[in-house]
Ligand binder design. Structure first.
Ligand code: PEP
Length: 262
């Protein structure tokens, strides 16, 4: 059975003090709520994955050390194991501090840093080799949707960046559909648009790897998902959670999103 996941991508936001406040508030909410759920025999919360900037990784890992249901990951990694790459951080370094996840292919990396499909495929390879779970992002730009090319764009991104993997590697991969026109814009894909694309993506995985692999693949929605619209998006059969940017920076909002499956 595939997992429900709510992931918070902090991007280049928050200083250390702000980050500490955010995670301590979040932890209190999770503590209280988890105990309440057990007492009321309700299903457990979705898995939570936090993606702080590299420099806070160890601090945030300490806060959630051995804490069930919360994992910590990096927002990016370099595609090489080690070497003369000043300013870069490798997948093995990320794994060595105890982080378990990494985001690959975020549209901001594709756009602002020119990361193309081949490079992203190398990053995926490095990450899985170093035992990191990958959240692989895909999504079309507005003109691509308006000209009806969105399915083709997403298919290309997935086939080139990800779907050369062997089937058994997929268990360490989550796909995030993030239409670029919805990221940080306040414009959200409608529940229907999200479901349509998620079902299409699941179909692509099924065509290549079979129905079982597709059924087990968690597919997250990202793009101006917030405390108000998360519930409607998450009720769709093929939407298994969210990759949340702006709304992950406020503990109350993020926690409300985490509770949006009930
Ligand atoms: C993101 O950057 O992955 C994202 C979904 O951002 P936002 O929620 O702010 O649109």
């Amino acid at each position: 059975m595939r997992k429900k996941i709510v992931a918070g991508n902090w991007k280049m936001n928050l200083n250390l003090e702000e980050a500490k406040v955010l995670v301590s508030e979040l932890k209190v909410s999770l503590d209280n709520h988890s105990a309440e759920r057990v007492a009321q025999n309700r299903p457990t919360l979705p898995d939570v994955v936090l993606f702080p900037p590299y420099v806070y990784l160890t601090r945030i890992l300490d806060v959630f050390f051995n804490y069930e249901g919360v994992s910590i990951g990096a927002q990016n990694c370099h595609h090489k194991e080690h070497g003369a790459y000043t300013g870069e951080v490798s997948a093995s370094m990320i794994r060595s501090v105890g982080a378990s996840h990494v985001i690959i292919g975020h549209s901001e990396r594709r756009e602002q840093f020119g990361e193309g499909d081949e490079l992203l495929a190398e990053k995926v390879k490095q990450s899985l080799k170093n035992d990191l779970k990958v959240i692989f992002c895909c999504g079309e730009k507005l003109p691509e949707r308006e000209s009806g090319k969105h399915f083709q764009v997403v298919s290309d991104q997935l086939h080139k960046g990800l779907m050369w993997l062997e089937e058994d590697q997929l268990k360490n991969v989550v796909i995030a559909y993030e239409p670029v026109w919805a990221i940080g814009t306040g414009v959200t894909a409608s529940p229907g648009q999200a479901q349509e694309m998620h079902a299409y993506i699941r179909g692509l995985v099924a065509d290549k790897y079979g129905k079982k692999a597709a059924d087990n693949m968690s597919i997250l929605y990202g793009g101006s998902c917030n405390a108000k619209n998360a519930r409607e998006l998450f009720t769709n059969a093929d939407v298994d959670g969210g990759l949340i940017g702006g709304a992950s920076l406020k503990s109350a909002d993020f926690f409300q999103i985490i509770q949006s499956f009930d």
